[in-house]
Design a protein around this ligand. Structure first.
Ligand SMILES: [Fe+2]
Ligand SMILES: [Fe+2]
Length: 308
């Protein structure tokens, strides 16, 4: 899976694989049995696509102790280890926050969009996030850092799921956070954290790209139904979240460079993917207010790319 490139535009939409997936190929009878969405007179989202994605999610489940060899040695210099502990703790906090928020928002989203398929799919995504938190916890222990929720970032979860348009706001915020997570783990893997971290990133990426796929299915409909006021509200909340993230990343530029992560390029990539997402929902690139990305203070010669 080394060639994995799961940018939003390259997400696989193939029929789920596995035993049942195999039987489903070229079998219209079975396809009807499984692919037909729960009857819904007034669907507000694309139920057929959401059901398909649920099936894909169900067929792609993994269990960290079986898939990832946590028994591998981690040989990193002390400073890199300190930095990865710090970054993975932040990542752990964001994943745990995402898990709490999806629990809180799932039933509201199902009600709002009157979609039983969303109930199926979001249950699977909730378990994905639980699996991520569980696996990252184990990885942090392996790095010698006790898993700890960092309350400094808690405000992000609040801004992402509050207010009059909280369901919409949550879904749009997820577009940002899933892009953020995907970009971070793809780049962390390219920077070659350590054998355990690299394996973990590989499995996380498969799930996060599916989460992005879900948003690309539902967000155009969400956008269509959003009033002028709702749109302004979403824009404001998204600006806050992006500005906050930009400031946090900026403060870690030197540390990021030490472990081979380019802070500025990462932020640019995230914003670009989010921009492309909105553009595909039928609004212009100008729809969002993007914060400025601070110019880099680090000259290329200062950049230390760690190779193991
Ligand atoms: Fe996750
Ligand atoms: Fe996710």
């Amino acid at each position: 899976m080394d060639e994995l490139d799961l940018r939003t535009e390259e997400i696989s939409t193939k029929t789920p694989s596995g035993a049942s997936g195999f039987l489903l190929q070229n079998n219209p009878e079975l396809q009807k049995l499984f692919f037909t969405p729960t009857e819904n007179e007034n669907p507000r989202v694309n139920d057929a696509k959401i059901r398909r994605l649920y099936m894909q999610a169900a067929s792609q489940q993994w269990y960290a102790p079986q898939r990832i060899n946590f028994d591998q040695e981690i040989a990193t210099d002390a400073e890199s280890l300190r930095i990865w502990r710090k970054f993975i703790t932040i990542f752990y906090t964001l994943e745990k926050m995402g898990l709490n928020v999806i629990h809180n928002m799932m039933s509201k989203a199902v009600r709002k969009y009157k979609s039983e398929e969303m109930a199926f799919y979001l249950s699977a995504q909730t378990f994905d996030e639980a699996r991520h938190v569980f696996a990252i916890e184990a990885y942090l222990r392996k790095l010698g850092a006790p898993p700890k929720y960092d309350w400094k970032y808690h405000v992000l979860g609040q801004v992402a799921s509050m207010g009059a348009f909280r369901v919409e706001n949550w879904l749009f915020s997820t577009l940002f956070s899933e892009n953020f997570a995907s970009t971070f783990i793809r780049r962390a893997r390219q920077a070659n954290i350590d054998p355990v971290g690299n394996e973990l990133c590989k499995y996380l990426l498969v799930d996060e790209s599916r989460h992005l796929h879900f948003l690309h299915i539902v967000l155009p409909d969400v956008m269509d139904r959003l009033s002028m006021m709702g749109r302004t509200y979403v824009k404001g909340a998204q600006f806050f979240i992006m500005k906050f993230s930009e400031m946090v990343l900026k403060s870690m530029e030197a540390e990021a460079a030490h472990v081979g992560l380019d802070r500025k390029a990462m932020m640019e990539e995230i914003f670009e993917n989010v921009e492309k997402g909105y553009e595909s929902f039928g609004v212009s690139r100008k729809f969002l207010w993007f914060p400025n990305i601070y110019p880099t203070k680090i000259t290329p010669t200062q950049r230390i790319v760690v190779s193991h």
